[in-house]
Design a binder for this molecule. Structure first.
Ligand SMILES: Nc1ncnc2c1ncn2[C@@H]1O[C@H](COP(=O)(O)OP(=O)(O)OP(=O)(O)O)[C@@H](O)[C@H]1O
Ligand SMILES: [Mg+2]
Length: 307
């Protein structure tokens, strides 16, 4: 079992009568790349600010590596690097000088400072730009430097608020693949927000869709496959023939087996066809759930929010 890194229980933030984040329950594990997706005003930034101890929850609690973010903020914060929506970099300093400044602030010992900075610049692919003033950088480069900046204190968790906002597709890909490498190769837990579904669907281990302060859907990116529905069947026993029979139903895009569960992704509602197969075969089904795909849910909430 993987380490639980971020946990929230009924985390709530109210501004007067308005509830920006409503009873949020999240569990994020070590090395996970977790995307919080939601339209403007959904409550993403407010959630992050609470996790970072920068704003107090109205109710509920949050822990990072078991440290309560309100009761023990310093212990929690020590382990978290934050990349805000608008990174606080100095345009008139070079990339290296910016990182030296942050390293000093974080008390990185002088003897190891230079090496850590050059390693980080290499990691974010800015080594050749080390001595160029940040004012000359593209937005994508600035964002990558901001990631290096957040990594100076060697955090175990990285929280990024819309790291691809305003960055072109190529720059966004570079950022997302960098984050993927950090989570996969270094075991850093990544929590990022975005309001663009199509960028995050190919990255990330899990995606949660937030709307009006609440998580309305959560799942793995595979359930984002374009389509109408995701059907989960819990069975006493699974045989491969059933998997292939379900795969043969018209409209099915993917059939996946997870333990004693079968997950069927389909381009339309095929519940009836599935039940026909199962009742003919006499499989013992102990549970069924049906949900629209995350893509559908996202489209629905995004439209509502815009309207
Ligand atoms: N300090 C504040 N005072 C009052 N309302 C606030 C405050 N901060 C945020 N809100 C409100 O809380 C809601 C959630 O805001 P939040 O910034 O968390 O959303 P978001 O998902 O980050 O949106 P965006 O995609 O625009 O960054 C919004 O309706 C916002 O207006
Ligand atoms: Mg925000």
């Amino acid at each position: 079992m993987k380490n639980l890194v971020i946990k929230t229980v009924n985390l709530t933030k109210k501004y007067g009568d308005f509830t920006a984040v409503k009873s949020l329950n999240l569990e994020i594990y070590e090395g996970e790349f977790f995307c919080l997706l939601g339209p403007n005003g959904a409550g993403k930034t407010t959630t992050f600010l609470m996790l970072l101890g920068l704003t107090r929850p109205t109710y509920g609690s949050a822990w990072i590596y078991g440290h309560d973010v309100t009761k023990n903020p310093l212990e929690a914060k020590k382990r978290v690097g934050f990349v805000p929506e608008v990174p606080g970099l100095y345009d008139d300093l070079t990339a290296r000088e910016n990182l030296v400044f942050t390293a000093e602030l974080n008390g990185v010992p002088k003897g190891i400072r230079e090496k850590r900075i050059m390693d980080l610049l290499e990691k974010v692919d800015l080594k050749e730009w080390a001595d160029v003033k940040v004012g000359k950088f593209s937005r994508g480069m600035k964002q990558r430097l901001a990631i290096a900046d957040a990594l100076i204190k060697e955090p175990k968790v990285l929280i990024l608020d819309e790291p691809t906002a305003g960055i072109d597709p190529k720059g966004s890909e570079e950022i997302l693949s960098l984050l993927e490498i950090l989570s996969k190769n270094e075991g850093i837990t990544i929590l990022m927000s975005s309001h663009l579904l199509h960028y995050v669907e190919r990255y990330g281990d899990r995606i949660a869709i937030m709307s009006r302060g609440e998580i309305v859907a959560m799942g793995e990116p595979s359930s984002l496959i374009k389509g109408e529905s995701v059907i989960e069947l819990n069975l006493k026993e699974i045989d491969n023939l059933l998997v292939s029979e379900l795969g043969g139903i018209k409209g099915v895009k993917e059939v996946r087996r997870e333990g004693n569960k079968i997950i069927v992704l389909a381009g339309k509602d095929i519940r009836k066809e599935i039940f026909e197969v199962i009742s003919r075969r006499g499989d013992k089904v102990s549970g069924v759930s049906f949900a629209p795909s995350l893509e559908k849910i996202y489209a629905k909430y995004f439209k509502e929010e815009k309207a």
